[in-house]
Write a protein that binds this ligand. Structure first.
Ligand code: GLN
Length: 545
Protein backbone atom coordinates (compact mmCIF):
# COMPACT_ATOMS: atom_id res chain seq x y z
CA UNK A 1 0.00 0.00 0.00
CA UNK A 2 1.36 3.46 -0.81
CA UNK A 3 1.53 6.37 1.58
CA UNK A 4 -0.63 9.43 1.03
CA UNK A 5 0.05 13.16 1.20
CA UNK A 6 -3.02 15.38 1.02
CA UNK A 7 -2.38 18.99 0.08
CA UNK A 8 -4.96 21.66 0.87
CA UNK A 9 -4.86 25.44 0.61
CA UNK A 10 -6.13 28.18 2.85
CA UNK A 11 -6.69 31.94 3.12
CA UNK A 12 -6.65 32.77 -0.60
CA UNK A 13 -6.32 30.95 -3.89
CA UNK A 14 -3.24 31.13 -6.15
CA UNK A 15 -0.81 30.31 -3.36
CA UNK A 16 0.91 27.78 -5.55
CA UNK A 17 -0.48 24.55 -4.13
CA UNK A 18 0.28 22.88 -7.43
CA UNK A 19 3.91 23.96 -7.31
CA UNK A 20 4.10 22.93 -3.65
CA UNK A 21 2.71 19.46 -4.41
CA UNK A 22 5.02 19.13 -7.42
CA UNK A 23 8.04 20.24 -5.40
CA UNK A 24 7.34 17.68 -2.69
CA UNK A 25 7.06 15.09 -5.49
CA UNK A 26 10.35 16.27 -6.96
CA UNK A 27 12.11 15.95 -3.60
CA UNK A 28 10.70 12.49 -2.90
CA UNK A 29 11.76 11.31 -6.36
CA UNK A 30 15.22 12.72 -5.73
CA UNK A 31 15.38 10.28 -2.82
CA UNK A 32 14.52 7.32 -4.97
CA UNK A 33 10.77 7.07 -4.33
CA UNK A 34 8.10 6.60 -6.97
CA UNK A 35 5.35 9.18 -6.74
CA UNK A 36 1.95 9.78 -8.31
CA UNK A 37 0.24 13.15 -8.25
CA UNK A 38 -3.47 13.78 -8.47
CA UNK A 39 -5.63 16.89 -8.52
CA UNK A 40 -9.25 17.21 -7.46
CA UNK A 41 -11.11 20.24 -8.78
CA UNK A 42 -14.31 21.19 -6.99
CA UNK A 43 -16.15 22.72 -9.97
CA UNK A 44 -19.03 21.00 -11.73
CA UNK A 45 -17.63 20.94 -15.27
CA UNK A 46 -16.79 17.33 -16.08
CA UNK A 47 -13.39 18.52 -17.30
CA UNK A 48 -11.84 21.95 -17.93
CA UNK A 49 -12.05 21.41 -21.71
CA UNK A 50 -15.18 23.52 -21.96
CA UNK A 51 -13.87 26.37 -19.80
CA UNK A 52 -12.67 29.63 -21.33
CA UNK A 53 -8.91 30.17 -21.21
CA UNK A 54 -9.70 33.51 -19.55
CA UNK A 55 -11.51 31.75 -16.73
CA UNK A 56 -9.32 28.85 -16.14
CA UNK A 57 -5.97 29.21 -17.86
CA UNK A 58 -4.47 26.54 -20.02
CA UNK A 59 -6.05 23.16 -20.56
CA UNK A 60 -3.25 20.66 -20.16
CA UNK A 61 -3.51 17.51 -22.28
CA UNK A 62 -2.16 14.11 -21.28
CA UNK A 63 -1.08 11.24 -23.56
CA UNK A 64 -4.40 9.49 -23.15
CA UNK A 65 -6.21 12.64 -24.28
CA UNK A 66 -7.51 13.88 -20.94
CA UNK A 67 -8.16 17.61 -20.82
CA UNK A 68 -6.90 18.60 -17.42
CA UNK A 69 -6.06 21.39 -15.03
CA UNK A 70 -2.82 23.23 -15.66
CA UNK A 71 -1.39 22.01 -12.37
CA UNK A 72 -0.90 18.66 -14.06
CA UNK A 73 1.60 20.42 -16.29
CA UNK A 74 3.60 21.30 -13.18
CA UNK A 75 3.38 17.69 -12.01
CA UNK A 76 4.92 16.51 -15.27
CA UNK A 77 7.59 19.18 -15.33
CA UNK A 78 8.72 18.52 -11.75
CA UNK A 79 8.37 14.74 -11.57
CA UNK A 80 8.04 11.57 -13.62
CA UNK A 81 4.52 10.79 -12.45
CA UNK A 82 2.60 9.05 -15.21
CA UNK A 83 -0.49 11.14 -15.93
CA UNK A 84 -3.83 10.17 -17.37
CA UNK A 85 -7.51 10.97 -16.98
CA UNK A 86 -7.37 9.34 -13.55
CA UNK A 87 -5.03 12.06 -12.25
CA UNK A 88 -7.49 14.94 -12.55
CA UNK A 89 -10.98 14.50 -11.22
CA UNK A 90 -13.62 17.23 -10.91
CA UNK A 91 -16.79 17.27 -8.84
CA UNK A 92 -18.61 17.18 -12.17
CA UNK A 93 -16.98 13.87 -13.06
CA UNK A 94 -17.70 12.35 -9.64
CA UNK A 95 -21.36 13.36 -9.89
CA UNK A 96 -21.57 12.13 -13.47
CA UNK A 97 -20.36 8.71 -12.37
CA UNK A 98 -22.76 8.59 -9.45
CA UNK A 99 -25.76 9.69 -11.48
CA UNK A 100 -24.97 7.14 -14.17
CA UNK A 101 -24.89 4.42 -11.54
CA UNK A 102 -28.08 5.69 -9.95
CA UNK A 103 -29.92 5.61 -13.30
CA UNK A 104 -28.66 2.09 -13.88
CA UNK A 105 -30.16 1.06 -10.56
CA UNK A 106 -26.79 0.19 -9.04
CA UNK A 107 -27.76 1.61 -5.66
CA UNK A 108 -30.58 -0.89 -5.21
CA UNK A 109 -33.21 1.54 -3.97
CA UNK A 110 -30.96 3.30 -1.44
CA UNK A 111 -30.97 7.07 -0.96
CA UNK A 112 -27.90 8.41 -2.78
CA UNK A 113 -26.08 10.94 -0.60
CA UNK A 114 -22.93 13.02 -0.39
CA UNK A 115 -21.81 10.84 2.49
CA UNK A 116 -21.17 8.00 1.75
CA UNK A 117 -21.72 7.92 -2.00
CA UNK A 118 -19.81 10.99 -3.13
CA UNK A 119 -17.05 10.51 -0.58
CA UNK A 120 -16.70 6.81 -1.52
CA UNK A 121 -16.39 7.71 -5.17
CA UNK A 122 -13.65 10.23 -4.29
CA UNK A 123 -11.80 7.68 -2.22
CA UNK A 124 -11.91 5.11 -4.97
CA UNK A 125 -10.57 7.72 -7.41
CA UNK A 126 -7.60 8.17 -5.04
CA UNK A 127 -7.11 4.43 -4.66
CA UNK A 128 -7.11 3.98 -8.43
CA UNK A 129 -3.64 5.60 -8.47
CA UNK A 130 -2.17 3.41 -5.79
CA UNK A 131 -0.55 0.78 -8.01
CA UNK A 132 3.23 0.58 -8.18
CA UNK A 133 4.02 3.87 -6.45
CA UNK A 134 5.41 4.60 -3.01
CA UNK A 135 3.63 7.88 -2.38
CA UNK A 136 0.43 9.39 -3.79
CA UNK A 137 0.25 13.18 -3.50
CA UNK A 138 -3.32 14.44 -3.73
CA UNK A 139 -3.99 18.14 -4.21
CA UNK A 140 -7.45 19.45 -3.36
CA UNK A 141 -8.36 22.46 -5.49
CA UNK A 142 -10.02 25.53 -4.03
CA UNK A 143 -9.60 27.04 -0.59
CA UNK A 144 -10.58 25.58 2.75
CA UNK A 145 -13.92 27.08 3.70
CA UNK A 146 -15.40 26.81 0.21
CA UNK A 147 -18.69 24.95 0.11
CA UNK A 148 -17.65 23.08 -3.03
CA UNK A 149 -14.56 21.42 -1.63
CA UNK A 150 -16.21 20.00 1.50
CA UNK A 151 -16.89 16.50 0.10
CA UNK A 152 -13.23 16.21 -0.93
CA UNK A 153 -12.02 17.29 2.51
CA UNK A 154 -14.38 14.82 4.17
CA UNK A 155 -13.14 12.08 1.83
CA UNK A 156 -9.47 12.68 2.67
CA UNK A 157 -10.30 12.84 6.35
CA UNK A 158 -11.94 9.42 6.09
CA UNK A 159 -9.14 8.10 3.97
CA UNK A 160 -6.55 8.94 6.58
CA UNK A 161 -8.71 7.33 9.23
CA UNK A 162 -8.86 4.19 7.11
CA UNK A 163 -5.20 3.93 6.16
CA UNK A 164 -3.91 5.06 9.55
CA UNK A 165 -1.89 7.93 10.90
CA UNK A 166 1.46 6.57 9.81
CA UNK A 167 0.33 6.24 6.23
CA UNK A 168 -1.24 9.59 5.42
CA UNK A 169 -0.46 13.20 6.23
CA UNK A 170 -2.03 16.58 5.65
CA UNK A 171 -0.04 19.45 4.21
CA UNK A 172 -1.68 22.86 4.33
CA UNK A 173 -0.51 25.74 2.14
CA UNK A 174 -1.34 29.07 3.71
CA UNK A 175 -0.49 32.76 3.56
CA UNK A 176 1.47 34.87 6.03
CA UNK A 177 0.99 38.37 4.64
CA UNK A 178 3.31 41.30 5.22
CA UNK A 179 1.35 44.29 6.44
CA UNK A 180 3.32 47.34 5.37
CA UNK A 181 1.57 49.77 7.75
CA UNK A 182 2.50 47.65 10.76
CA UNK A 183 5.84 46.55 9.24
CA UNK A 184 4.91 43.05 10.33
CA UNK A 185 4.10 39.59 9.06
CA UNK A 186 0.70 38.49 10.27
CA UNK A 187 -0.14 34.96 11.39
CA UNK A 188 -3.84 35.42 12.02
CA UNK A 189 -5.08 34.33 8.56
CA UNK A 190 -3.09 31.11 8.96
CA UNK A 191 -4.54 30.52 12.41
CA UNK A 192 -8.04 30.99 11.04
CA UNK A 193 -7.47 28.74 8.12
CA UNK A 194 -6.15 25.94 10.31
CA UNK A 195 -9.07 26.45 12.68
CA UNK A 196 -11.40 25.99 9.72
CA UNK A 197 -9.61 22.77 8.76
CA UNK A 198 -9.74 21.43 12.29
CA UNK A 199 -13.47 22.14 12.43
CA UNK A 200 -13.89 19.55 9.70
CA UNK A 201 -11.64 17.11 11.47
CA UNK A 202 -8.33 17.69 9.71
CA UNK A 203 -5.27 18.57 11.76
CA UNK A 204 -2.46 19.57 9.40
CA UNK A 205 0.95 17.95 9.94
CA UNK A 206 2.95 20.39 7.86
CA UNK A 207 2.30 24.05 7.12
CA UNK A 208 3.77 25.64 4.02
CA UNK A 209 3.52 29.35 4.71
CA UNK A 210 3.67 31.53 1.63
CA UNK A 211 5.37 34.76 2.54
CA UNK A 212 7.26 37.59 0.92
CA UNK A 213 9.95 37.31 3.59
CA UNK A 214 11.60 34.68 5.65
CA UNK A 215 9.69 33.61 8.75
CA UNK A 216 11.71 34.41 11.87
CA UNK A 217 11.96 31.60 14.47
CA UNK A 218 9.57 33.43 16.85
CA UNK A 219 7.05 33.67 14.06
CA UNK A 220 7.30 29.95 13.37
CA UNK A 221 6.93 29.24 17.08
CA UNK A 222 3.83 31.36 17.27
CA UNK A 223 2.24 29.57 14.32
CA UNK A 224 3.28 26.20 15.73
CA UNK A 225 1.71 26.97 19.09
CA UNK A 226 -1.59 28.28 17.77
CA UNK A 227 -2.00 25.69 15.05
CA UNK A 228 -0.69 22.77 17.09
CA UNK A 229 1.94 21.85 14.53
CA UNK A 230 5.59 20.99 15.41
CA UNK A 231 7.78 24.03 14.96
CA UNK A 232 10.11 22.25 12.50
CA UNK A 233 7.03 21.54 10.39
CA UNK A 234 6.23 25.20 9.88
CA UNK A 235 7.95 26.02 6.62
CA UNK A 236 8.66 29.42 5.02
CA UNK A 237 7.58 29.12 1.46
CA UNK A 238 9.04 32.48 0.54
CA UNK A 239 8.55 34.03 -2.88
CA UNK A 240 11.21 33.05 -5.41
CA UNK A 241 12.15 34.28 -8.86
CA UNK A 242 11.55 30.93 -10.56
CA UNK A 243 9.14 28.17 -9.61
CA UNK A 244 11.99 25.71 -10.15
CA UNK A 245 13.66 27.08 -7.01
CA UNK A 246 10.85 25.85 -4.79
CA UNK A 247 12.16 22.28 -4.38
CA UNK A 248 15.45 23.77 -3.14
CA UNK A 249 13.73 26.17 -0.73
CA UNK A 250 11.84 23.17 0.65
CA UNK A 251 14.97 21.03 0.77
CA UNK A 252 16.85 23.70 2.79
CA UNK A 253 14.16 23.45 5.44
CA UNK A 254 14.01 19.68 5.33
CA UNK A 255 10.48 19.33 4.00
CA UNK A 256 11.32 15.93 2.53
CA UNK A 257 12.79 14.74 5.85
CA UNK A 258 9.64 15.85 7.67
CA UNK A 259 7.45 14.00 5.19
CA UNK A 260 9.52 10.81 5.34
CA UNK A 261 9.56 11.00 9.10
CA UNK A 262 5.83 11.46 9.45
CA UNK A 263 5.11 8.68 7.00
CA UNK A 264 7.77 6.32 8.39
CA UNK A 265 9.46 5.88 5.05
CA UNK A 266 13.10 4.87 4.75
CA UNK A 267 14.66 6.50 1.70
CA UNK A 268 18.09 7.21 0.31
CA UNK A 269 19.84 10.59 0.39
CA UNK A 270 18.62 13.48 -1.72
CA UNK A 271 20.03 13.76 -5.23
CA UNK A 272 19.28 17.18 -6.64
CA UNK A 273 22.51 17.67 -8.58
CA UNK A 274 20.87 17.82 -12.01
CA UNK A 275 18.11 20.06 -10.75
CA UNK A 276 20.61 22.46 -9.15
CA UNK A 277 22.74 22.53 -12.31
CA UNK A 278 19.63 23.35 -14.35
CA UNK A 279 18.82 26.23 -12.01
CA UNK A 280 22.36 27.54 -12.29
CA UNK A 281 21.99 27.67 -16.06
CA UNK A 282 18.62 29.33 -15.76
CA UNK A 283 19.98 31.99 -13.45
CA UNK A 284 23.25 32.65 -15.26
CA UNK A 285 22.48 32.86 -18.96
CA UNK A 286 25.28 33.69 -21.38
CA UNK A 287 23.05 35.74 -23.66
CA UNK A 288 19.39 36.26 -24.42
CA UNK A 289 16.82 35.99 -27.18
CA UNK A 290 13.59 37.85 -27.55
CA UNK A 291 10.54 35.99 -28.81
CA UNK A 292 7.39 37.70 -30.07
CA UNK A 293 4.41 35.58 -29.12
CA UNK A 294 1.49 36.58 -31.29
CA UNK A 295 -1.74 35.30 -29.82
CA UNK A 296 -5.16 36.20 -28.58
CA UNK A 297 -5.18 35.37 -24.90
CA UNK A 298 -2.05 37.37 -24.26
CA UNK A 299 -3.38 39.42 -21.38
CA UNK A 300 -3.86 36.24 -19.43
CA UNK A 301 -0.53 34.46 -19.41
CA UNK A 302 -1.89 31.40 -17.61
CA UNK A 303 -3.58 30.43 -20.86
CA UNK A 304 -0.16 29.66 -22.30
CA UNK A 305 1.45 28.23 -19.17
CA UNK A 306 3.17 25.20 -20.69
CA UNK A 307 4.23 27.20 -23.71
CA UNK A 308 5.94 29.79 -21.56
CA UNK A 309 7.72 27.07 -19.62
CA UNK A 310 8.75 25.21 -22.78
CA UNK A 311 10.31 28.41 -24.16
CA UNK A 312 12.28 28.82 -20.94
CA UNK A 313 13.42 25.21 -21.21
CA UNK A 314 14.56 25.87 -24.78
CA UNK A 315 16.62 28.71 -23.32
CA UNK A 316 18.09 26.50 -20.61
CA UNK A 317 19.27 24.10 -23.33
CA UNK A 318 21.40 26.86 -24.86
CA UNK A 319 22.17 28.75 -21.67
CA UNK A 320 20.06 31.66 -22.88
CA UNK A 321 17.56 33.90 -21.23
CA UNK A 322 14.30 33.93 -23.18
CA UNK A 323 12.38 37.18 -23.16
CA UNK A 324 8.79 36.60 -24.15
CA UNK A 325 6.88 39.57 -25.51
CA UNK A 326 3.15 39.01 -25.72
CA UNK A 327 1.57 40.64 -28.73
CA UNK A 328 -2.19 40.83 -29.07
CA UNK A 329 -2.50 39.75 -32.68
CA UNK A 330 -5.29 42.19 -33.56
CA UNK A 331 -2.86 45.04 -32.93
CA UNK A 332 -0.84 43.98 -35.97
CA UNK A 333 -3.66 44.92 -38.31
CA UNK A 334 -3.01 48.67 -38.17
CA UNK A 335 -1.04 49.92 -41.21
CA UNK A 336 2.69 49.49 -40.68
CA UNK A 337 2.14 47.81 -37.32
CA UNK A 338 4.21 44.80 -38.33
CA UNK A 339 7.33 46.96 -38.05
CA UNK A 340 7.31 46.27 -34.33
CA UNK A 341 8.08 42.64 -35.17
CA UNK A 342 11.57 43.72 -36.20
CA UNK A 343 12.50 43.74 -32.54
CA UNK A 344 12.22 39.95 -32.17
CA UNK A 345 14.62 37.12 -32.81
CA UNK A 346 11.83 34.65 -33.31
CA UNK A 347 8.08 34.72 -33.79
CA UNK A 348 5.68 32.18 -32.36
CA UNK A 349 1.97 31.76 -33.00
CA UNK A 350 0.46 29.46 -30.37
CA UNK A 351 -2.76 27.46 -30.28
CA UNK A 352 -6.15 29.08 -30.11
CA UNK A 353 -9.78 28.79 -31.05
CA UNK A 354 -12.13 31.01 -33.04
CA UNK A 355 -11.79 33.63 -35.71
CA UNK A 356 -10.73 36.62 -33.66
CA UNK A 357 -7.07 37.46 -34.01
CA UNK A 358 -6.39 35.22 -36.98
CA UNK A 359 -5.73 37.98 -39.54
CA UNK A 360 -3.15 39.55 -37.23
CA UNK A 361 -1.41 36.19 -36.89
CA UNK A 362 -1.27 35.97 -40.67
CA UNK A 363 0.43 39.38 -40.80
CA UNK A 364 3.05 38.13 -38.33
CA UNK A 365 3.61 34.89 -40.24
CA UNK A 366 4.04 36.69 -43.54
CA UNK A 367 6.60 38.93 -41.88
CA UNK A 368 8.48 35.91 -40.51
CA UNK A 369 8.44 34.16 -43.88
CA UNK A 370 9.50 37.13 -45.97
CA UNK A 371 12.06 38.52 -43.55
CA UNK A 372 13.39 35.06 -42.74
CA UNK A 373 12.78 35.37 -39.02
CA UNK A 374 12.65 32.00 -37.23
CA UNK A 375 9.03 30.99 -36.93
CA UNK A 376 7.33 28.40 -34.76
CA UNK A 377 3.61 27.75 -35.27
CA UNK A 378 1.77 25.53 -32.86
CA UNK A 379 -1.59 24.01 -33.77
CA UNK A 380 -3.52 27.15 -34.79
CA UNK A 381 -0.07 28.58 -35.57
CA UNK A 382 0.45 25.80 -38.12
CA UNK A 383 -3.01 26.21 -39.60
CA UNK A 384 -2.47 29.96 -40.05
CA UNK A 385 0.96 29.23 -41.53
CA UNK A 386 -0.73 27.11 -44.20
CA UNK A 387 -3.43 29.72 -44.84
CA UNK A 388 -0.82 32.48 -45.22
CA UNK A 389 1.19 30.35 -47.63
CA UNK A 390 -1.85 29.48 -49.71
CA UNK A 391 -2.93 33.12 -49.92
CA UNK A 392 0.36 34.89 -50.43
CA UNK A 393 2.53 32.32 -52.19
CA UNK A 394 0.10 30.06 -54.03
CA UNK A 395 -2.25 32.86 -55.07
CA UNK A 396 -5.29 31.29 -53.42
CA UNK A 397 -6.47 34.67 -52.17
CA UNK A 398 -9.48 33.31 -50.33
CA UNK A 399 -7.77 30.45 -48.60
CA UNK A 400 -9.08 29.94 -45.10
CA UNK A 401 -10.02 27.44 -42.44
CA UNK A 402 -13.66 26.41 -42.27
CA UNK A 403 -13.41 27.30 -38.60
CA UNK A 404 -13.25 30.98 -39.62
CA UNK A 405 -15.21 30.91 -42.86
CA UNK A 406 -17.52 28.02 -43.59
CA UNK A 407 -17.97 29.17 -47.18
CA UNK A 408 -14.28 29.71 -48.00
CA UNK A 409 -13.60 28.67 -51.60
CA UNK A 410 -10.16 27.35 -50.69
CA UNK A 411 -10.64 25.32 -47.55
CA UNK A 412 -7.00 24.59 -46.86
CA UNK A 413 -7.86 23.78 -43.24
CA UNK A 414 -11.07 21.92 -42.65
CA UNK A 415 -12.70 19.37 -40.44
CA UNK A 416 -11.60 16.10 -41.88
CA UNK A 417 -13.42 14.23 -39.18
CA UNK A 418 -16.65 16.04 -40.10
CA UNK A 419 -16.82 13.51 -42.87
CA UNK A 420 -17.07 10.87 -40.23
CA UNK A 421 -20.27 12.53 -38.99
CA UNK A 422 -19.21 13.77 -35.58
CA UNK A 423 -19.96 17.38 -34.76
CA UNK A 424 -20.66 18.55 -31.27
CA UNK A 425 -18.68 20.90 -29.05
CA UNK A 426 -16.83 19.18 -26.22
CA UNK A 427 -16.35 15.67 -27.49
CA UNK A 428 -15.11 15.81 -31.03
CA UNK A 429 -11.61 17.06 -30.61
CA UNK A 430 -8.68 15.04 -31.73
CA UNK A 431 -7.09 14.62 -28.32
CA UNK A 432 -3.99 13.03 -26.90
CA UNK A 433 -0.91 11.34 -28.27
CA UNK A 434 -0.60 10.23 -31.89
CA UNK A 435 2.48 8.95 -33.68
CA UNK A 436 4.09 10.96 -36.46
CA UNK A 437 6.79 10.16 -39.01
CA UNK A 438 9.30 12.81 -39.97
CA UNK A 439 10.84 13.54 -43.36
CA UNK A 440 14.56 12.88 -43.72
CA UNK A 441 16.67 15.99 -43.25
CA UNK A 442 13.77 18.26 -42.21
CA UNK A 443 14.06 20.81 -39.40
CA UNK A 444 11.89 18.46 -37.39
CA UNK A 445 14.10 15.44 -38.05
CA UNK A 446 17.22 17.39 -37.19
CA UNK A 447 15.64 18.64 -33.97
CA UNK A 448 14.35 15.28 -32.75
CA UNK A 449 17.23 13.21 -34.07
CA UNK A 450 14.78 10.43 -34.88
CA UNK A 451 12.13 9.88 -37.53
CA UNK A 452 9.40 8.51 -35.31
CA UNK A 453 7.82 10.67 -32.67
CA UNK A 454 4.62 10.89 -30.66
CA UNK A 455 3.03 14.17 -29.62
CA UNK A 456 -0.16 15.38 -27.96
CA UNK A 457 -3.05 16.99 -29.80
CA UNK A 458 -6.06 19.14 -29.07
CA UNK A 459 -7.80 20.38 -32.18
CA UNK A 460 -10.87 19.97 -34.36
CA UNK A 461 -9.62 21.14 -37.74
CA UNK A 462 -6.81 19.82 -39.88
CA UNK A 463 -4.79 20.25 -43.06
CA UNK A 464 -6.84 19.50 -46.17
CA UNK A 465 -4.80 17.19 -48.36
CA UNK A 466 -6.74 18.26 -51.47
CA UNK A 467 -4.50 21.34 -51.44
CA UNK A 468 -1.31 19.44 -50.79
CA UNK A 469 -0.37 19.45 -54.48
CA UNK A 470 -0.58 23.18 -55.01
CA UNK A 471 1.06 24.01 -51.69
CA UNK A 472 3.94 21.66 -52.38
CA UNK A 473 4.42 22.88 -55.96
CA UNK A 474 4.87 26.31 -54.46
CA UNK A 475 7.49 25.05 -52.08
CA UNK A 476 5.74 24.30 -48.79
CA UNK A 477 7.30 21.24 -47.21
CA UNK A 478 5.23 18.61 -45.50
CA UNK A 479 7.67 17.02 -43.12
CA UNK A 480 5.52 15.18 -40.63
CA UNK A 481 2.48 12.96 -41.04
CA UNK A 482 0.73 10.18 -39.20
CA UNK A 483 2.02 6.72 -40.20
CA UNK A 484 -1.33 5.95 -41.86
CA UNK A 485 -0.85 9.03 -44.07
CA UNK A 486 -4.16 10.56 -43.01
CA UNK A 487 -3.08 13.62 -41.07
CA UNK A 488 -0.49 16.23 -41.96
CA UNK A 489 1.30 17.01 -38.71
CA UNK A 490 4.20 19.31 -39.65
CA UNK A 491 4.87 21.93 -42.35
CA UNK A 492 8.10 23.80 -42.99
CA UNK A 493 9.32 26.53 -45.34
CA UNK A 494 12.06 25.94 -47.86
CA UNK A 495 14.97 28.44 -47.99
CA UNK A 496 14.39 29.72 -44.53
CA UNK A 497 16.64 29.63 -41.47
CA UNK A 498 14.01 27.84 -39.39
CA UNK A 499 10.25 27.76 -39.77
CA UNK A 500 8.06 24.97 -38.59
CA UNK A 501 4.37 24.60 -37.91
CA UNK A 502 3.04 21.57 -36.07
CA UNK A 503 -0.52 20.42 -35.58
CA UNK A 504 0.30 19.07 -32.12
CA UNK A 505 1.28 20.79 -28.88
CA UNK A 506 4.93 20.02 -28.14
CA UNK A 507 4.89 22.34 -25.12
CA UNK A 508 3.04 19.71 -23.08
CA UNK A 509 6.04 17.41 -23.13
CA UNK A 510 8.83 19.83 -22.29
CA UNK A 511 10.55 19.62 -18.93
CA UNK A 512 13.29 21.77 -17.41
CA UNK A 513 15.59 18.75 -17.29
CA UNK A 514 14.52 17.58 -20.76
CA UNK A 515 13.85 20.64 -22.94
CA UNK A 516 11.66 19.73 -25.89
CA UNK A 517 13.62 19.24 -29.15
CA UNK A 518 11.49 21.70 -31.13
CA UNK A 519 11.77 24.42 -28.51
CA UNK A 520 15.48 23.80 -28.26
CA UNK A 521 15.81 24.09 -32.06
CA UNK A 522 13.62 27.19 -32.27
CA UNK A 523 15.50 29.04 -29.52
CA UNK A 524 18.80 27.97 -31.13
CA UNK A 525 17.67 29.37 -34.49
CA UNK A 526 16.45 32.57 -32.83
CA UNK A 527 19.84 33.03 -31.22
CA UNK A 528 21.64 32.54 -34.54
CA UNK A 529 19.30 35.08 -36.08
CA UNK A 530 19.99 37.51 -33.27
CA UNK A 531 23.75 37.18 -33.72
CA UNK A 532 23.46 37.72 -37.45
CA UNK A 533 21.23 40.76 -36.89
CA UNK A 534 23.69 42.23 -34.44
CA UNK A 535 26.19 42.45 -37.31
CA UNK A 536 23.91 44.97 -38.96
CA UNK A 537 24.32 48.38 -37.28
CA UNK A 538 20.76 49.62 -37.71
CA UNK A 539 19.54 46.50 -35.96
CA UNK A 540 22.08 46.67 -33.19
CA UNK A 541 20.68 50.08 -32.38
CA UNK A 542 17.15 48.66 -32.30
CA UNK A 543 18.18 45.99 -29.84
CA UNK A 544 19.58 48.61 -27.48
CA UNK A 545 16.13 50.07 -27.00
N1 GLN B 1 -8.87 26.03 -33.52
C1 GLN B 1 -8.03 25.08 -34.18
C2 GLN B 1 -8.68 23.71 -34.24
O1 GLN B 1 -9.64 23.45 -33.56
C3 GLN B 1 -6.68 25.00 -33.50
C4 GLN B 1 -6.75 24.41 -32.13
C5 GLN B 1 -5.53 24.68 -31.30
O2 GLN B 1 -4.73 25.56 -31.64
N2 GLN B 1 -5.35 23.96 -30.23
O3 GLN B 1 -8.23 22.85 -34.96
Amino acid sequence: MPKYIFVTGGVVSSLGKGIAASSIGCLLESRGLRVALQKFDPYLNVDPGTLSPFQHGEVFVTDDGAETDLDLGHYERFTHTPLSQANNVTSGRIYEQIITKERRGDYLGKTVQVIPHVTNEIKSAIRRLSDSVDVVIVEIGGTVGDIESLPFLEAIRQMRHEVGRDNAIFVHVTLVPWIAAAQELKTKPTQHSVKELRAIGIQPNLLLCRTERFLAPEMKEKIALFCDVDVDKVISARDVASVYEVPLVFAEQGVDDCVLDLLHIQAGPRHLERWTAMLERLKNPADEVSIGLVGKYTEYEDSYKSLKEALLHGGIAHNLKVRIEWIESDRLLAPGAEARLEAYDGILVPGGFGKRGVEGMIVAIRFARERKVPYFGICLGMQTMVIEYARNVCGLGQADSTEFNQAAPHRVIYKLRELKGVDELGGTMRLGAYPCNLAEGSFAHRAYGTREISERHRHRYEFNREFEGVLKQNGLLITGETPDGVYVEICEYPNHPWALGCQFHPEFKSKPLEPHPLFRAFIGAAHEFRKAKAQRPEVAELQQR
